[in-house]
Design a protein around this ligand. Structure first.
Ligand code: RP5
Length: 163
């Protein structure tokens, strides 16, 4: 299947976080490609990836990085596709460095910044699916069903002492 979402990250060490985005995309039936693309270690690859993304059929890019996390912003500078940034939780500063690096974009180049860590990666997958769902009926239905199931699961199990 033609990938619609590009799931990129600065390092293989980001995968335990970013796989949460992958799981959500898989759950919702969204075709994606996953790749390590580093702003600092492979800058030429970053430019090539971002510049060719739209022509290759991608509709959304999810970019996760930690520390001095320039990847989402630099990708956004090279493509008009929507870019969702996931701040990976760093060891030294618990991801606050990643968050601030990603969220504080100058006006004129947009990155949609998610929460630090696993929840942010999960929601990046969900938000990407919601964007794809604006033109793909099957994905839109999968998102609606996911949300209904989530709600019903809580309504069916309201006792916090029970598993
Ligand atoms: C960033 O530096 C990566 O996104 C990663 O979160 C962080 C550390 O990378 P490694 O040293 O673990 O490869 O570019």
């Amino acid at each position: 299947m033609q990938p619609l979402v590009g799931l990129i990250m600065g390092s293989k060490s980001d995968w335990p976080t970013m796989e949460h985005a992958a799981h959500m995309l898989e759950k919702l039936g969204v075709a994606y490609e996953a790749k390590v693309v580093s702003a600092h270690r492979t800058p030429d690859l970053l430019f090539d990836y971002a510049k060719t993304a739209s022509d290759r059929g991608l509709k959304v890019i999810i970019a996760g990085a930690g520390g001095a996390a320039h990847l989402p912003g630099m990708v956004a500078s090279q493509t008009s596709l929507p870019v969702l940034g996931v701040p990976v939780q760093s060891k030294a500063l618990s991801g606050l460095d990643s968050l601030l690096s990603i969220v504080q974009m100058p006006g004129g180049i947009a990155v949609g910044t998610l929460a630090i860590g696993n929840a942010g990666a999960t929601n990046a997958g969900l938000l990407a699916a919601q964007i794809i769902g604006t033109f793909d009926e099957g994905v839109r239905k999968a998102v609606d069903e996911f949300r209904m199931t989530q709600t019903q699961t809580i309504l069916d199990n309201p006792d916090p002492k029970e598993q």
